[in-house]
Design a protein around this ligand. Structure first.
Ligand code: HEM
Length: 437
């Protein structure tokens, strides 16, 4: 049986306007008014868009009918940034590239990254001064960038860090403005050049050193240099893959950690338990990968932050053929949008959804709600390649910093958000550094 999907009652152009103005609010409102699935038109877009909000439907899109969908992006310029790298490429080619990169993300390999994660977190925390005001979003950006640079690319990106951050910030601003007349091509192109230059520099340095480190960059370079069967990776493809993993590997984790510090500062009772866990399990010693399992509350805190502030807050898919979602038929060509922001804040799965409550992540509590009420890392063939990496990084970095400091919000308690490709605090988050007694 098939039933039709409600069409949102919006004046012509209203959806486009609302998407530009405040997409988080727009999707939340659509879900509240129309429920589990709703259809809307976006400007002169050829096909309808469907916002899908029920975990069962989300599972159908991401897992059951995985192969019937391709990815879809609201902003064309994403192709300029990520090219045909893993995040964007499709089909057999995507599968081949994913298999190629996979060894760098095996559990035992990730375990070997733990020391770098902890040593950069230690370096950062030892730079902070009692009473200083910092922008935690900037600090976490530095940390996540240094970690991905070192673990996957064997590169010290310290010298490039602030230029990369500014360039990426400008690019994301331009994504936002690309829907508006004031988008500035020249600014975008300039920022792209800077990002490209940084990635090329990382690749060049390794080539010059001829070092074989067995890391992700070595894997990519080997595929680039190996002739045969027409499978050699082109210069451009090497750039696209490196850029993708470099950006996907730090922008997301950095935002997740920054929002975690913000949430902890607003919940002193959780913060006190967190400190207790860190002190009890680690004493004053540096954590290692084997400590991650002994810091379960820290893990729950990170998951709960990812629920409330999912770094990827919406993902798009295009149906290549007609599909059935629940009892609804979705015509070929339609765009389906799944929003982590909306689903993670649905009171059906998370009572008092706005409340920061890490206890929701106990195994028993998780079993009580549908699996796909949470999809911060997506699922299926396009699931995040860095999920385990990010989980270990989050726990180790949070614990290392908390051994020494607590962070207090040092600005009004409204954090304007910038929902672009990722969800970021628009103006950063100012926090004051206080020693742990
Ligand atoms: C908290 C941190 C992170 C979050 C929330 C996150 C989330 C996601 C999500 C939702 C997707 C899938 C998007 C879609 O289905 O359209 C994705 C894909 C991806 N992520 Fe992550 N990610 C995180 C960290 C990382 C890290 C640390 C790395 C690498 C070091 C990474 C590498 C990738 C790659 C390569 C893809 C593309 C996979 C593919 O399409 O085959 N991510 N991520």
């Amino acid at each position: 049986m098939s039933s039709s999907v409600p069409l949102a009652d919006l004046a012509p152009g209203a959806a486009l306007y609302a998407m530009r103005r405040d997409p988080l609010e727009f999707f939340t409102r659509l879900a509240r008014e129309y429920g589990d699935i709703v259809r809307f038109r976006l400007g002169d877009h050829e096909h309808d868009l469907y916002l899908v909000n029920h975990p069962d439907y989300i599972k159908e899109v991401l897992v059951t009918h995985d192969r019937r969908f391709t990815k879809w992006f609201a902003v064309d310029r994403i192709y300029k940034v990520l090219g045909d790298g893993l995040f964007v490429s499709e089909g057999e080619f995507h599968l081949r590239q994913r298999r190629l990169a996979q060894p760098a993300f095996h559990r035992d390999r990730i375990a070997s990254y733990a020391n770098d994660m902890v040593s950069f977190a230690t370096e950062l925390r030892d730079r902070w001064r009692d009473g200083a005001t910092i922008d935690i979003s900037r600090e976490m950006n530095w940390l996540a960038m240094m970690i991905v640079g070192s673990t996957l690319f064997g590169a010290n990106v310290e010298g490039d860090a602030s230029e990369i951050r500014d360039a990426l910030g400008e690019i994301l601003d331009q994504f936002e403005r690309s829907m508006l007349p004031e988008a500035d091509r020249a600014d975008f192109d300039r920022s792209m050049e800077k990002l490209d230059a940084a990635v090329y520099r990382i690749v060049q340095q390794r080539r010059a050193s001829r070092e074989e480190r067995g890391d992700l960059l070595s894997i990519l370079l080997r595929a680039h240099e190996t002739e045969g069967e027409g499978a050699r990776m082109s210069d451009l493809q090497l750039r696209d893959e490196a850029m993708t993993i470099f950006l996907a590997g730090h922008e997301t984790s950095a935002n997740a950690m920054a929002f975690t510090w913000y949430l902890l500062s607003q919940h002193p009772e959780v913060e006190a338990q967190f400190h207790h866990e860190v002190d009890e399990k680690l004493g004053g010693g540096a954590p290692g990968v084997n400590d991650v399992a002994d810091l379960p509350l820290t893990g729950r805190i990170f998951s709960e932050a990812l629920r409330l502030y999912p770094p990827l807050w919406a993902i798009g898919r295009r149906a290549m053929e007609e599909c059935q979602i629940g009892e609804h038929k979705i015509p070929a060509g339609s765009v389906v949008i799944l929003s982590q922001w909306v689903t993670h804040r649905d009171a059906r799965w998370y009572p008092e959804p706005l409340r920061f409550d890490p206890e929701r992540w106990h195994a028993a509590a998780r079993l009580e709600r549908p699996r796909f009420s949470y999809f911060a890392f997506s699922a299926g063939s396009r699931a995040c390649l860095g999920e385990a990496f990010a989980g270990i990084e989050g726990v180790l970095c949070l614990a290392t910093i908390a051994q020494k400091w607590r962070l207090r919000l040092d600005q009004p308690n409204t954090i304007p958000l910038q929902p672009q490709l990722t969800l970021r605090p628009r103006y950063g988050i100012k926090m004051r550094v206080e020693p742990r007694g």
